[in-house]
Each structure stands twice: as structure tokens, then as C-alpha cells.
Design a protein around this ligand. Structure first.
Ligand code: SF4
Length: 370
């Protein structure tokens, strides 16, 4: 049985609210303007971060809503409070933001606390604005690029996450031209997922795996000096990692990732699960950080049933899939949202992000090396 802990990643939801209205968003409560209270932050420090089940170095991702709709002063208090309550731990903060609120005050905060900054951009305006829309229904590309300019002017390092749709896959050079000139430290290529309230994907068509592989092959063939792709680096890392590390998968390891909702509910496994309305799994909320630590998750009877299902899914992967030794059993959230069953194996998500990625990168390298 996979014991999972120690906790290495804590995903904290400072607010469920988001200032954009992207067509592929999975969040069910992105109109909810609640903000995490300082009492809840205090409890996260005392009951979660200070727990012996949590590693000495912890990544804290501020996510699951737009983190920059909460003001920078709030984060100064939050960072100080968490550090004061977990003095023996090293905390590494990270933001993944829609980028439209970036200004010098934020950059100063990130500098002061050494925060890792990720901006979500889907490529040039034509592709980005088709899905990443403002609440008034307009495109958000110009607003994001104003933020990127501020980052570049300040010399603040940032990485990018781009969501690939079928339209983007059909135009690899248009997308790669854009990212090659952006100045990001690294670009991660997510795929448009069937997840949460987003029940369909433009990638569900017949020819998508070929288009996806062609996209990655083209990126490798171009070898843009200003473009480091997370997917290519991931395969490079896999090839050099020892076998037991290659198959490690925090998304199927209990407590390796702990998510905390705006009101202090705790969950584990894929962060996208927490808050998904479902009576069967108690909305994936298995403990309350105000009164207990991460060990309470393991003792929750609904969690125990979930754990058994997820472990059945890992066994199904191991028995059916030649990629298991480099995947470790995929992402429970995608199994649930695509298959309605944690005990299942293959998903559209894994066909693209695991199988086609590995195949495309290895094939492109073989071609390049004769
Ligand atoms: S690639 Fe898909 S089917 Fe294979 S192990 Fe991973 S999740 Fe399971």
C-alpha cells in the first residue's frame, strides 16, 4: 500500500473567486468572493504545516481561484503567519495567476518572499482570447501582456502554463513563435481537460493524438533557444531518474499533496477534487484544519473508500498499460471526471500528457540523432 506522506505540496485556496471567465475553467464556485480568514491561516500553520507528517521543505501553491483577487497586504500577513506557526519548516510560495492584475506592488511582494510566479497564457491573442475571456466577454490577452511586460521590465522571472486546444494544435508554428519570444523561464503545455464543470474538450476528436505529437515534434525540431518546454524537460528527467523515482506519482499517494479550501476543509490526491459537489465523496472534504491535522484525513471513512478505489485504479493501470513505469497510475481527478470511476485506467488526459508526450519526444530525438 502506498503510504504517501510526507506532505510536500500544500495547495491553498485564498478565494474561490476568479476575475476571468475562461471557457474551459473547471472551478464550480468561481463567482464566490469569500476570502480565507486569518483564523484559518493560523490553523493551517499550527495544524498542517507544523505537523510531523509534513516535510521540512514545503511548496505552497496559492490556487483554485485567482490568487491575485486577494490584495498583496493579505499575503504579507499570510506568509508571516504561516512562517511563525511552522518555524522549523522551509516554505516555498508559488502563484499561478491569470496575470491581469500584475503591477509593481505585486512584484515587490514576490521579490521579498521569493515567490515562484506562473502566468497562464494560451499563445497569441487570436488563440488566447477565444477561451480566456473577461467577465464582460472580451479577450484578456492585452491585459495579460501588460502584466508580462511589467514582469520583464522588473527582471522578475516567471514561467507560463498554456492550455492547448484543438485550434492551437493545428497551428504549432504560430503558438511556438509566440512563446519563443516571451521571455518565460519555462512553458508548460497543459491540455484542455474534461474536468469539474467543464464537461467537454475540443481535444476529444479522432485525430488529436497525431496533432498533439506533431506539435511536440515541431517544437523539438525548431529548438528555439528562448523556449524551454516543461514536457521535453520532463522526459529528459525521466530518462535520468532511477526506476523507483520514475514511477512515483504524488497524485495517487495519500497526503503527498494536501489541498485546503477557503473555509479550511482538507483533501488529498488531485487538487482539482476538493469542493467538487458530490454526496458520494462528501465533496472530497475529509478533515477540517481548524481542529485537526493531516492524519485526520487518513482516518475518515469516506476517504478510506476513496483510497481503496484509487488503489484499484493504480492496479488497473499497472496491469494494462506499458507506460505505468513512467506514469505510476495517472491523475485520479481525470479518471473521475472522464470515466466516473477512480478504479479505471486510461483517460484522454493520460493519452496526451503521458503516452503521446513520451512517444513524441523520444521519436523526435531518435529522428534528430539519426
Ligand atoms: S498512462 Fe494512463 S493508463 Fe497508463 S498508467 Fe498512466 S494513467 Fe494509467
Amino acid at each position: 500500500m502506498n503510504e504517501g506522506a510526507p506532505v510536500r505540496l500544500v495547495v491553498v485556496q485564498p478565494t474561490p473567486y476568479c476575475s476571468l471567465d475562461c471557457a474551459y475553467c473547471y472551478l464550480p464556485f468561481r463567482n464566490d468572493r469569500r476570502r480565507m480568514t486569518l483564523d484559518t491561516l493560523d490553523a493551517i500553520g499550527r495544524n498542517l504545516l507544523a505537523s510531523p507528517l509534513v516535510a521540512s521543505e514545503i511548496d505552497i501553491a496559492w490556487h483554485a481561484g485567482e490568487p491575485m483577487t486577494v490584495p498583496p497586504e493579505w499575503y504579507r500577513d499570510a506568509f508571516e503567519k504561516l512562517a511563525a506557526n511552522a518555524p522549523d519548516k522551509t516554505l516555498r510560495h508559488g502563484f499561478q495567476t491569470n496575470g491581469i492584475h500584475i503591477d509593481p506592488t505585486w512584484i515587490e511582494l514576490w521579490r521579498a518572499y521569493n515567490v515562484r510566479v506562473g502566468v497562464s497564457i494560451d499563445g497569441p491573442a487570436r488563440l488566447h482570447d477565444a477561451r480566456r475571456r473577461t467577465r464582460a466577454g472580451g479577450g484578456s490577452h492585452a491585459l495579460v501582456m501588460r502584466g508580462v511586460d511589467a514582469l520583464r521590465d522588473a527582471g522578475q522571472a516567471f514561467h507560463v502554463i498554456a492550455v492547448l486546444t484543438a485550434d492551437a494544435l493545428r497551428e504549432p508554428d504560430e503558438v511556438l513563435d509566440f512563446f519563443a519570444g516571451l521571455g518565460a523561464v519555462e512553458v508548460g503545455l497543459n491540455v484542455e481537460e474534461i474536468e469539474g464543470v467543464h464537461g467537454e474538450s475540443s481535444l476529444a476528436g479522432d485525430d488529436i493524438e497525431r496533432l498533439y505529437k506533431r506539435f511536440l515534434s515541431r517544437a523539438i525540431e525548431r529548438a528555439d533557444p528562448g523556449l524551454r518546454l516543461r514536457e521535453v524537460e520532463g522526459v529528459r528527467w525521466l530518462l535520468s531518474a532511477p526506476p523507483e523515482v520514475r514511477a512515483s506519482n504524488p497524485q495517487v499517494s495519500p497526503l503527498a499533496i494536501v489541498s485546503v479550501s477557503v473555509d479550511g476543509k482538507m483533501s488529498t490526491y488531485s487538487p482539482e477534487l476538493l469542493g467538487t459537489p458530490t454526496t458520494r465523496w462528501d465533496d472530497f472534504a475529509f478533515a477540517d484544519v481548524h481542529r485537526e491535522g493531516p492524519e485526520a484525513i487518513l482516518e475518515n471513512p469516506v476517504f478510506m473508500k476513496l483510497r481503496a478505489d484509487i488503489e484499484r485504479g493504480v492496479v488497473a493501470c499497472a496491469q494494462s498499460c506499458g507506460y505505468f513505469t513512467v506514469c505510476g497510475g495517472g491523475a485520479p481527478a481525470n479518471k473521475w471526471f472522464e470515466l466516473g470511476d477512480f478504479a479505471g485506467a486510461e483517460t484522454l488526459y493520460c493519452r496526451l500528457t503521458r503516452k503521446a508526450t513520451l512517444d513524441a519526444v523520444l521519436e523526435a530525438w531518435e529522428t534528430a540523432n539519426g
